[in-house]
Design a protein. Structure first.
Length: 190
């Protein structure tokens, strides 16, 4: 009798488990497409061209494109930072560029975004030097290549954050609104 109860319990558990898996498979949304950031100017993990570094006195921001934004995206935010440098005054690495409120229908940003400008309604914030602008890659001479990470965040809202805000303020405003993220890395040394 006891052996029969154990077998019956096991069969019931298998049957219930199969039913739950079947129900989940029928009602689960399809896998989201891969949100991806890229640049036509350099490969992911490759060398950041000198035109986007302090090696070029007229350096500007690199161009970027993205695809497969998550459903429900209202706007995008981008953060560029040097993960190989942390200033003594804090634990955050060096912020080179931040911008946000890029409209959901946008899938690229051209090279050479001007300081304090707001193409397409985006807003720029403060870099490590306090400017609302792109700060070119510029590790110390002779250093091993630094890794400059460009992160794009898909947000389910526009951010009520004024131009000139800091990276910390941007991260706080994004909290709870990120529905997708992608990153792209460029390496540079002098």
């Amino acid at each position: 009798m006891r052996k029969y109860m154990i077998v019956a319990s096991a069969l019931l558990a298998v049957s219930i488990g199969a039913g739950v898996r079947s129900a989940l498979a029928q009602h689960s949304p399809a896998s989201p497409s891969k949100f991806q950031l890229m640049s036509p100017a350099f490969s992911d993990g490759g060398a950041l061209p000198a035109a986007f570094s302090c090696a070029d006195p007229s350096a500007g921001s690199p161009p970027f494109e993205w695809s497969n934004a998550p459903e429900g995206t209202v706007s995008f935010a981008v953060i560029m930072h040097d993960v190989d440098t942390a200033p003594a005054r804090g634990s955050m690495d060096v912020t080179h560029w931040i911008f946000w409120n890029i409209p959901a229908g946008t899938s690229s940003i051209a090279a050479g975004v001007k300081p304090d400008s707001s193409p397409g309604g985006m807003r720029q914030g403060k870099n490590i030097h306090g400017d609302n602008a792109y700060r070119p890659a510029c590790p110390p001479p002779g250093a091993v290549p630094h890794h400059y990470v460009f992160e794009i965040f898909a947000l389910n809202t526009n951010l009520d954050l004024p131009a000139g805000s800091t990276r910390s303020e941007l991260l706080a405003a994004m909290d709870g609104h990120v529905i997708g993220k992608s990153a792209y890395v460029g390496k540079f040394n002098r």
